[in-house]
Design a protein around this ligand. Structure first.
Ligand code: CMP
Length: 154
């Protein structure tokens, strides 16, 4: 079965508000497999690399200041359609569009202090995972429930 890997960040507001467990729980319950996990303070250079596609936008400087202010959690997740599924679990970027039931819909009211980040394409997932994780920090294993999470392929 074709599986994808993607990057999630729990932003400084998520860590400061004690939401790490709640957020990881949502991805685990969905059936996504944790393949990398770390708590770190994001260095300025890595924040610039991560958000390079947004360089020059009016919100860029504050976003970088915020993302480097206090620790974040980096999570690598794996599963079928993981990139799209994680974005659904996270909810829309705009606070007025994030549905209740999603992480942002339940826990955020601001477009920058919006608790979580996730990769938006396969290319960005690979790029962002490479910024946050060394390949030796990502693991491969079978979760016991995988046999029941996925229907057998015909
Ligand atoms: P994130 O998913 O981390 O990726 C890019 C970030 O840019 C996004 O979350 C928002 O926090 C931020 N962002 C996008 N649009 C705006 C905006 N109009 N004003 C402020 N921040 C924004």
């Amino acid at each position: 079965m074709e599986q994808e890997r993607t990057l999630v960040l729990i932003k400084p507001d998520g860590v400061q508000r004690g939401l790490i467990g709640e957020i990881i729980d949502r991805f685990e319950r969905k059936g996504l497999k944790l393949v990398g996990l770390k708590l770190l303070q994001l260095p300025r250079e890595r924040a610039d690399e991560l958000y390079a596609p947004h360089q020059g936008k009016f919100f860029y400087d504050y976003m970088i200041q915020f993302m480097t202010s206090t620790p974040i959690v980096a999570i690598a997740l794996q599963g079928r359609d993981a990139i799209e599924l994680v974005r659904l679990v996270n909810g829309a970027t705009r606070p007025t569009e994030s549905e209740p039931g999603s992480i942002r819909g339940d826990f955020s009211i601001d477009i920058t202090h919006n608790v979580v980040h996730a990769s938006d394409s396969p290319e960005n997932a690979q790029r962002e995972l490479d910024i946050l994780f060394d390949s030796s920090e990502l693991v491969e294993y079978q979760r016991l429930d995988e046999a029941i999470l996925y229907s057998p392929e015909l």
